[in-house]
Design a protein around this ligand. Structure first.
Ligand code: NDP
Length: 328
């Protein structure tokens, strides 16, 4: 049958879950008003959680995971999109409660889609992916909180990861001095190539936090959470701001109010999944304008759909550097 295409699916089993490759048709997809021919997806940390079952990310079974994709509209009943439009999807529960990007076609709600910026190729949009779009949301949040390059450096935690790598490239291009915190000192040259001025060892921030530390940075993009985030907040300069977007170390936050009430530090929450369309469009337009595409290429590796299960294990083990693009 002409409509048959390949999908990576995760099924529930008596022992947990298993990943299988299946031939399906568009009739097997879930409801939606736009059918997209998917060209690329990616592997984000959350995809790692979904594919391995390490956290309850998947809410419907079986599922086609993949929280983001780029592609061309094949057919549309949505007034905002027509056949031939190039579109990006990030989040909105796709890959969690709705079939996602690890298949040649996806049927989704047009309300979830963003038009692909003209200045980026489809592959570049997925090199950015949800991790890079979240990095941009974090940088915009710091700017809106009034953090400026002359106020001091910005620390980026989980620096060699997807959110971290894109954050470094963006902040450096915007004129910020960047401190990269990493557990992979062997990636120092890579991080400096992206624009980090200084590298610190992850363990400097991952231990038990004190309420206040020496004032070291004017702001932060933290994709690590837990004690690391607490230490980052404790060493933020007077009036600075910290964008919290991840939980690679943990979901807890063992901090005190001291940095907030004694130093006027702001903690900025970053959510990419349900972010309103206007904020998404702003982030994608800024990525097209402010991200150095040579640096994006340097942080990106391209893999096939067959490689995705192994990549999921690697990303949770902290072994993936930068970003992974999946050619569908
Ligand atoms: P990556 O795995 O690419 O990056 C995470 C990085 O964190 C790793 O590369 C590693 O960097 C560091 N790290 C890993 N484990 C630990 C640990 N135990 N303690 C301290 N640091 C650790 O993932 P992504 O960049 O895709 O995502 C990063 C985080 O952001 C995830 O928690 C993800 O869920 C979250 N996220 C949130 C979004 C939102 O909407 N708020 C959207 C996208 C992502 P290094 O080796 O350099 O130390």
């Amino acid at each position: 049958m002409a409509d048959t295409f390949r999908a990576l699916m995760v099924e529930k089993t008596d022992d947990g879950q298993q990943t299988v490759f299946k031939d399906i048709t568009s009739n097997d997809l879930m409801d939606g008003d736009v059918l997209v021919s998917v060209s690329h997806s990616t592997v984000n940390y959350k995809d790692g959680l979904a594919l391995t079952g390490k956290a309850p990310v998947v809410r419907v079974w079986p599922i086609i995971p993949g929280i983001d994709f780029v592609g061309t509209v094949e057919s549309s009943d949505h007034s905002g999109f027509k056949a031939g439009d190039e579109v990006i999807l990030n989040g909105f529960g796709v890959g969690e409660t709705h079939f996602g990007g690890y298949a040649s076609k996806a049927r989704v709600k047009g309300d979830w889609l963003v038009k692909k910026p003209a200045g980026l190729t489809p592959a570049q949009t997925m090199a950015i992916g949800t991790a890079g779009y979240t990095a941009m949301l974090s940088v915009i949040a710091l700017e809106k909180a009034g953090v400026k390059p002359d106020q001091g450096p910005i620390i980026v935690t989980g620096a060699s990861g997807g959110v971290g790598s894109v954050s470094i490239a963006l902040l450096a291009k915007l004129g910020f001095e960047v401190i990269a915190s990493t557990g992979r000192p062997e990636e120092a040259d890579y991080l400096k190539g992206l624009g980090a001025g200084d590298i610190i060892e992850r363990s400097e921030l991952s231990g038990d936090p004190r309420p206040l530390g020496k004032e070291r940075w004017a702001g932060a993009v933290d994709s690590v959470g837990s004690k690391t985030l607490a230490n980052v907040i404790a060493s933020t300069k007077y009036g600075g701001a910290v964008a919290a977007c991840g939980l690679a170390q943990g979901m807890d936050l063992p901090t005190s109010v001291a940095p907030f009430i004694l130093r006027g530090v702001s903690l900025l929450g970053i959510d990419s999944v349900m972010a309103p369309l206007s904020r998404r469009q702003e982030a994608w337009d800024r990525l097209a304008a402010d991200l150095d595409l040579a640096k994006l290429e340097a942080m990106t590796k391209t893999i096939s759909l067959d490689d995705v299960p192994a990549a999921a294990t690697d990303i949770l083990a902290g072994k993936v550097r930068g970003r992974l693009v999946v050619e569908i």
